[in-house]
Design a protein around this ligand. Structure first.
Ligand SMILES: Cc1cc2nc3c(=O)[nH]c(=O)nc-3n(C[C@H](O)[C@H](O)[C@H](O)COP(=O)(O)OP(=O)(O)OC[C@H]3O[C@@H](n4cnc5c(N)ncnc54)[C@H](O)[C@@H]3O)c2cc1C
Length: 349
């Protein structure tokens, strides 16, 4: 069984590279490890927080309680028909490597989600999505370990209450349900027509433009390559410039507010939001204030993408949150829009 370490540095466990010390830390490689973590936390009245690869977290300098890093492994095709297959993946597997594994095995549906950093177990938490696809579209079910009862529980996709970058793992099941395995239902070559080549989704505007410019057909392999190329050109690599991807959600305003804003800022882009209102790209708001490439509290607003804060000066969470709050204030003053932070801040206060 894995050991429980005290005063453990999480500096290498978060892609923002903020210095952070966990009171207790345990790497979880089996269900027995999870149960041991549960008992230890119960006996010592400790809060438990799970991490995967730490690519969507802003960790404060001191983390009270027990941090568990989920490293449950394994990937296998467990069921198949002429048209589709079911793949079981352990929560600790790397997401991008799992996408590659599926593509090599000619199992399709998640190629648009290539190069999203992080673990498989964290993917359902925020219903990861990119280039017109979300994991909710192919996740059939998952299993979690209940930290309150010690039981393993199965949930269908419907029971996860997936929404845009959201699920129950951010609300009623937060810090209670530790995802251990997921099952993805993926398409096989040709789908229902055995002799036709597999097609992937390529309607997302920047992906469509990339494919059209190069005359690429919509095979899953081409979409995978295109998504990887677009992402590499647009987003700073966390291993070179520590970051957590988009730092703010794209705000949604009412249609009336959007019309009023357009009178003052005629170039402001806006897209109809599926749940109503207009979605405004947060990157546009930040960029139009001239903040792209600037530093606040030694934290840089990436010159590649205004929505990404990079931490090459290895500032702590307080400096990063200071910078974020200055950006929020400036956006609010000019546009009367409140930007919401996307990654999880832990502990919250
Ligand atoms: C450069 C960059 C680009 C990104 N692009 C995208 C993108 O295009 N689309 C997108 O959706 N996201 C994107 N992200 C965000 C990030 O990749 C995802 O949120 C990813 O799923 C986080 O995985 P992780 O293993 O690093 O999770 P962590 O950061 O370790 O944890 C994130 C949350 O999940 C919880 N958690 C982790 N593992 C488990 C588990 N097994 N069971 C229960 N809860 C768990 C944690 O408690 C925490 O609340 C990007 C991030 C970066 C750095």
């Amino acid at each position: 069984m894995a050991s429980i370490l005290s005063n453990f540095s999480l500096d290498q466990c978060n892609s923002l590279a903020v210095p952070s010390i966990a009171e207790y830390f345990m790497r979880i490689e089996s269900i027995e490890d999870l149960d041991a973590a549960r008992v230890f936390a119960e006996e010592n009245t400790l809060k438990v927080m799970a991490i995967g690869e730490g690519s969507n977290l802003v960790l404060r300098p001191k983390i009270p309680g027990l941090v568990i890093q989920i490293a449950l492994s394994g990937i296998a095709l467990i069921e198949e028909s002429i048209t589709d297959a079911l793949v079981e993946i352990g929560a600790g597997e790397n997401w991008h490597k799992s996408v590659e594994w599926c593509l090599i095995n000619k199992l399709y549906g998640i190629e648009n989600l290539a190069l999203i950093p992080g673990s498989v177990g964290a993917a359902p938490v925020q219903n990861i999505g990119a280039y017109g696809v979300e994991i909710a579209e192919c996740l059939e079910r998952l299993e979690y370990f209940d930290l309150f009862t010690g039981a393993l529980v199965g949930l269908s996709a419907g029971q996860c209450r997936f929404a845009y970058r959201d699920s129950r793992f951010k609300t009623d099941l937060r810090d209670r349900a530790i995802i251990t395995r997921v099952w993805l239902r993926l398409r096989k070559e040709g789908g229902t027509k055995a002799k036709t080549k597999a097609k992937a989704k390529a309607e997302y505007p920047s992906l469509r433009a990339y494919m059209d410019d190069r005359g690429l057909s919509e095979t899953p392999e081409n979409v995978f390559d295109a998504v990887c190329a677009i992402r590499k050109s647009r987003l700073p690599d966390p291993s070179a410039q520590p970051n957590v991807g988009s730092f703010f959600h794209n705000p949604v305003v009412s249609e009336t507010q959007y019309r009023d804003l357009l009178e003052k800022f005629p170039d402001m882009p806006g897209y109809a939001n599926t749940q109503g209102g207009m979605k405004i790209p947060a990157a546009w708001l930040i960029e139009s204030l001239g903040l792209k490439g600037q530093e606040i509290s030694k934290v840089k607003i990436s010159d590649q993408h205004a929505l990404v804060l990079t931490n090459s000066n290895q500032q702590d969470a307080n400096a990063v949150l200071d910078a974020a709050s200055s950006i929020q204030d400036l956006v609010k003053e000019t546009f009367a829009i409140q930007l919401k932070i996307e990654p999880r801040i832990y502990p919250e206060h």
